[in-house]
Design a protein around this ligand. Structure first.
Ligand code: SF4
Ligand code: SF4
Length: 287
């Protein structure tokens, strides 16, 4: 039996983030974080998390030396969490004496891929919401502006459910970066994000039958209280959250469309139904 292990180095950078994406992943149960970090992510393939400010024991100079060494060794994936503030030369988000914008500019060219975890890194998210005082952009927008052509894979969500990230990372480790046929037009794996919440919602029958909740907490389709499930692509109805225990709509709360570009501005007000024009615009974007 071939027992050869392949190990993939990961450099995890954190920009303008609440660290919720990291916390969500740390709460993963299948696989547990210890399995992810110490065992195999997929048979025969494991990761070596070289740098991640939230988890690593080292601080200060020592931590930054580890980062430089990992970049020099090459053969790594960058996981980017949070958006990239560009205003004031990136001074709104510093790591050591460098801006995270410069850190990403340095790390990305040598990476096999940049995996953007969370809506902030994938599309700008909350830090890029109006009036966007730090001029925050997504990782892909930053790379494009810097002329760096390292491919990006988006794993949006505010935060993403752990399995969405594990599936995406495992796909890159197993098969390399997915081809255009495997990702949608906003850079997400179709195998994870390929279906509308609305199409798999357990309340879809209520929608069809005109049984609508008038207040949050009531039974029935939540469209009248602002549900954005018709405009959001994610596996929440099928996988749920917390190992399938619950998720927003099962818990009588409308989906707020956290996985889509333009969240949160475009999905607001969260508890109001879109008018015909907003609805048409959203469907146009989804096509
Ligand atoms: S609750 Fe939301 S996702 Fe479910 S059927 Fe109603 S509008 Fe669609
Ligand atoms: S139900 Fe909607 S808001 Fe909640 S995690 Fe899924 S996509 Fe995001």
């Amino acid at each position: 039996m071939d027992t050869k292990q392949e190990c993939c180095s990961v450099i995890w950078l954190q920009g303008a983030t609440c660290t919720g994406c990291a916390i969500s992943l740390m709460n993963s149960n299948y696989p547990k974080l210890s399995n992810l970090l110490l065992d195999e992510v997929v048979p025969g393939k494991s990761i070596s998390l070289k740098f991640m400010a939230t988890l690593m024991g080292a601080t200060g100079e020592l931590a930054l030396e580890v980062l430089s060494r990992a970049e020099a060794e090459g053969d790594y994936i960058v996981v980017m969490e949070g958006s990239v503030p560009k205003g004031e030369d990136g001074k709104y988000c510093m790591v050591g004496e460098k801006s995270v914008a410069d850190q990403l500019t340095e790390a990305a060219p040598g990476a096999k891929a940049v995996v953007s975890i969370g809506t902030c890194s994938a599309y700008g998210g909350i830090p890029a919401g109006q009036p966007n005082p730090t001029d925050a952009v997504s990782a892909a927008e930053h790379l494009e502006a810097e002329g760096i052509d390292t491919p990006c894979l988006n794993v949006p969500g505010c935060p993403p459910e752990p399995s969405w990230f594990v599936d995406s990372l495992a796909t890159v480790m197993l098969f390399g970066l997915p081809g255009p046929e495997d990702v949608d037009d906003v850079g997400r794996l179709k195998s994870v994000y390929g279906e509308l919440i609305h199409d798999n919602c357990p309340r879809r029958g209520d929608f069809q039958n005109g049984h609508f909740a008038r207040h949050i907490g009531e039974e029935g389709c939540l469209a009248e209280v602002g549900c954005k499930g018709p405009y959001a692509n994610a596996p929440c109805p099928n996988r749920g959250w917390h190992e399938g225990l619950n998720w927003a709509i099962k818990n009588n709360h409308p989906c707020i469309g956290c996985v889509e570009p333009g969240f949160p501005d475009l999905m607001g007000p969260f508890f109001e139904k879109f008018g015909p024009e907003e609805s048409e615009e959203m469907y146009r974007r989804l096509k």
